[in-house]
Design a protein around this ligand. Structure first.
Ligand code: GLN
Length: 485
């Protein structure tokens, strides 16, 4: 049962083939058996999960038919969970117990989903390999010598290894889509503003967006039905009606115009990845779509612009960790300044400190115009590139990452790591929805296909992704881990 999609579990629960308590037990047993190899969970909530499962079974007996009622999920440890440690992968918050639930957490709880625990992540969501976590790296279930991608690597590994049915993540520059690609699952970043950021620990507020990591596009749609919507507690959440994202999954793709971004099929792209994506595009042609090359001429500036904007916002957001209000405080400070200094020196890891320094520099008087304002101008150009492309096509499809999962420790230079997001980062700068779905294997490692939709076109890209998954079984492939019986 545990290998099934959330949609399949939902109908098994509805038919009474299994109870939520049985299902939850099965996942907890699997976590107990495999998490030590993967390090995907920071916290496992055994007792409360079983209690929630029991409640879900009672609600079902009383006639509740919510689709995700009793389906077990995991939350990235960036979402505040009341009464449960919320670490953000950092020493700074290693002992922080949130006093309230993030809106996303609250919504899943109201929908009756069972929270199994909190997943590992790069510290403050800064990273592409999950190696910056204070709690140690996560390992890729397809090959435990390799990284799962980041920063939502714990969620991706947990879903891929069937340690949960579905998981939440956040994506500031690629952190849902790239780990989904590396772990062979579906990862969806909604349009900026579609999902509330309230209670989600802030990294770069104008880029951060929560979304699903799941076993299929259909599951992502089910999760979006719960997650999306206006939240008065988040002034950037958008006041647009929430669609039923499952309603249009089976729409025909006849006449769909797919844009192939020239800049994503250029130097740097691995041959096997390129071949897998080109093969996948042929599937779409069979479904009635047409392909057209499009230009994203400013894409090469996206990583540079992002590494000004994101650190600038991070430096402001992370100023709140001062030893007074949250989490870690250094031992025996001699005075206030000593406390600030040592708390922050000891509480943050190297990558976080690098970002704070870069961001503070970019925002300082004298450099603001040269860096921050220039980056914002580039952001505008990038958005314009997408607008121009969408005048001609309905969706843009390419690779999620130039390569498959790399080995732990393989990328030591920060800039090499930053270039991981070369195909995904522009989507955050433009605020658009993007999804990664499995589209092949190279040397036994998953390849991700990336699709970008128009503003608030979540229903359409979920439809496009689902149609591919109706024709192919890449999303059904499983890592060797756990298959030994
Ligand atoms: N890899 C990018 C970074 O390190 C994006 C991270 C994210 O999307 N949270 O900032």
């Amino acid at each position: 049962m545990i290998e099934k999609t959330a949609a399949e579990l939902s109908s098994a629960l509805a038919k009474g083939d299994i109870s939520s308590v049985e299902l939850t037990r099965a996942y907890l047993e699997r976590i107990a058996r495999y998490n030590y190899q993967l390090n995907a969970f920071i916290t496992v909530c055994e007792e409360s999960a079983l209690k929630q499962a029991q409640t879900a079974d009672e609600k079902r007996a009383a006639g509740d038919r919510s689709p995700l009622l009793g389906v077990p999920l995991a939350h990235k440890d960036i979402f505040c969970t009341q009464g449960v440690t919320t670490t953000c992968g950092s020493r700074m918050l290693h002992n922080f117990v949130a006093p309230y639930n993030a809106t996303v957490v609250e919504k899943f709880s109201a929908a009756g989903a069972v929270m199994l625990g909190k997943t590992n992540m790069d510290e403050f969501a800064m990273g592409s390999s999950n190696e910056t976590s204070f709690f140690g790296p996560v390992r890729n279930p397809w090959d435990t010598k390799r990284v799962p991608g980041g920063s939502s690597g714990g969620s991706a590994a947990a879903v891929a290894a069937d340690l949960c049915a579905m998981a939440t993540g956040t994506d500031t520059g690629g952190s849902i889509r790239q780990p989904a690609a590396f772990c062979g699952i579906t990862g969806f970043k909604p349009s900026y503003g579609r999902v509330s950021r309230w209670g989600m620990i802030a990294f770069a507020s104008s880029l951060d967006q929560a979304g699903p990591l799941s076993k299929s596009a259909e599951d992502a749609a089910l999760m979006m039905n719960v997650m999306a919507g206006l939240d008065n507690k988040d002034s950037t959440s958008i006041d647009l009606p929430v669609e039923d994202y499952t309603a249009t999954l089976n729409d025909s793709l006849q006449g769909l115009k797919i844009g192939i971004p020239r800049q994503h099929f250029a130097a740097g792209l691995g041959a096997e990845v390129e071949q897998a994506i080109r093969d996948a595009l042929k599937e779409y042609e069979k479904l009635g779509a047409t392909l057209k090359e499009v230009d994203l001429p400013n894409n090469h500036l996206s990583v540079s612009a992002y590494y000004v904007v994101a650190p600038a916002e991070a430096s402001a957001n992370l100023s709140r960790y001062d030893g007074v209000r949250y989490g870690y405080r250094c031992e025996n400070p001699v005075d206030l300044e000593d406390m600030y200094k040592r708390t922050r020196s000891e509480g943050f890891g190297d990558e976080v400190k690098r970002r704070i320094m870069v961001g503070t520099y970019a925002l300082s008087a004298g450099y603001y115009e040269a860096y921050y304002r220039k980056a914002q101008k580039i952001r505008r150009l990038i958005k314009q590139d997408f607008n121009n492309a969408f005048d001609e096509v309905d969706v843009i499809i390419g690779p999620t990452s130039p390569h498959t999962a790399f080995e732990l420790g393989a990328k030591t230079d920060p800039v090499t790591m930053y270039l991981e997001d070369i195909y995904t980062i522009a989507v955050n700068l433009a605020g658009l929805p993007g999804i990664s779905i499995p589209a092949g294997l190279a040397q036994g490692l998953p390849i991700g296909m990336h699709m970008v939709g128009k503003d608030f076109g979540e229903a359409q890209i979920l439809n496009i992704a689902h149609q591919f998954q109706q024709q192919t079984d890449w999303h059904r492939r499983k890592p060797a881990l756990g298959q030994e019986g």
